[in-house]
Design a protein around this ligand. Structure first.
Ligand code: LLP
Length: 412
């Protein structure tokens, strides 16, 4: 949905230049059409009853959440703040699942009061705590355990979550006993089982392997009278960042594998995709401020920084970068860096790009997931605006922060 026409980048039917001229830079631009197309592709892949719980940590703009909610999506949340957003955006709370290793009492209460689908419990301590909070509210909490199946998702170590050494979930070997304990608790309704092994998986086989392990555990527990109504297989389906090396996972195969692993169970499936739905539906547009050469290195210095898009700095993640308007000028090899006072503030290193004159714009692609949501105010930089394009029109769906926003709540 981001395409060059006559060497100028368009977001659907809108010339990106029109957006930066009116909204300024840096700016995140999202394509509603892409979001919808990805959702449909994912949704159509499953033939069994399922809920797509959009992982709103990947992009929590209200208008984006609303786009998915209106297509029938639920939400995967990890905090009270995300639940607040989901409710504001109109997500059906019966389609919301709550993960996270450190849920506080007030967060558990908020979830129970809003009657979400289930709380994904990540430890024995948490189980007893959820039971206690539910008792206080005179409710029964629907729960799943997040089981750590100990499979290697073969992705970046910082975004692997399903290995024994990771902090997430309850160990596979302990899950059996925990389910039996949970079954006895007065204010707990054992509702489902969940796992999530990692993110940006281009090969979904590890999810299948985890599914097989989890299905085996379920069989043993069913024999003990545990009734599962939901299986939540987490998120993690990757996207193409680098056309030269990445291949988009086959979601039809992914869906078939999951459905096959759980064929013996009469359960509703829950899927928690984030990146797959939004990653390639967003770009970050930034202005070239200066060129600079230090000895052998060229720097293209832009007005976006690691505070706006952290992924290259934090994970050395690759993002394709290109001029907003292609002029055919000579290619240069450069580091594309931001204004932040950190050596790690870069978008690309030794990157070949058609030279972009000062004052013109470059585009960082695949920025729709974990872009704005990981942005900060480091170096006292107001966070960028967000724009949602649909067809030939666009809307600012989050205003650029002002200087006053920066100091909101501070006391002299
Ligand atoms: N469900 C759970 C329990 C998760 O922890 C995550 C992501 C998801 C679903 C969604 O995963 P996805 O479908 O988006 O892969 N900041 C990192 C990614 C961190 C992912 C954390 N958990 C990045 O920029 O690559």
């Amino acid at each position: 949905m981001f395409e060059y026409k006559n060497n100028e980048l368009y977001a659907e039917g809108v010339r990106v230049k029109n957006i930066v001229d009116n909204v300024g830079s840096p700016v995140y631009v999202y394509s509603k059409g892409h979001f919808k197309a990805q959702f449909e592709k994912f949704n159509k892949a499953f033939s069994r009853e399922h809920v797509i719980a959009f992982a709103i940590k990947s992009n929590s703009n209200l208008a984006v959440i609303k786009t998915f909610a209106s297509l029938g999506a639920g939400a995967d949340i990890v905090s009270k703040g995300e639940l607040f957003r989901a409710i504001k955006a109109g997500v059906d709370t019966s389609k919301i699942v709550f993960s996270g290793v450190a849920k506080r009492d007030d967060e558990i209460e908020y979830a129970l009061e809003n009657d979400i689908m289930m709380i994904n419990v990540e430890s024995e301590d948490e189980l007893y705590n959820v039971n206690r909070v539910a008792e206080k509210l005179n409710k029964k909490a629907r729960i799943a355990f997040r089981v750590n199946p100990d499979v290697d998702p073969k992705t970046h170590p910082y975004i692997s979550t399903g290995l024994k050494k990771n902090k997430f979930g309850v160990p596979y070997e302990e899950a059996y006993d925990l389910y039996l304990k949970a079954k006895e608790l007065k204010n707990i309704d054992v509702y489902g089982i969940q796992f999530h092994i990692g993110s940006q998986l281009l090969d979904t086989t590890p999810i299948y392997d985890a599914s097989v392990r989890v299905a085996d555990l379920m069989r043993r527990l069913t024999d003990k009278g545990v009734e599962f109504r939901v299986v939540d297989v987490g998120g993690g389906v990757g996207i193409v960042y680098d056309e030269k090396t990445d291949k988009e996972p086959d979601v039809n195969l992914y869906a078939r594998q999951i459905e096959e692993a759980f064929r013996d169970f009469d359960v509703k499936l829950v899927l928690e995709p984030g990146r797959f739905l939004v990653g390639n539906g967003g770009i970050l547009v930034s202005k070239v401020i200066y060129h600079k050469t230090n000895g052998q290195k060229n720097f293209l210095i832009i007005d976006a920084g690691m505070n706006d898009l952290l992924r290259p700095s934090l994970y050395k993640a690759y993002h394709k970068i290109a001029p907003m308007k292609k002029t055919g000028s000579k290619a240069i090899k450069c580091d594309i860096v931001g204004p932040i006072c950190e050596t790690g503030d870069f978008f690309a290193r030794d990157y070949e790009i058609e030279d972009v004159p000062n004052g013109n714009f470059i585009v960082v692609f695949s920025a729709g997931a974990y872009g704005f949501t990981m942005a900060s105010n480091y170096n006292s930089r107001p966070r960028p605006a967000e724009v949602l394009v649909s067809g030939d029109s666009y809307r600012v769906v989050r205003e650029r922060e002002s200087l006053e926003d920066l100091i909101k709540g501070e006391i002299l």
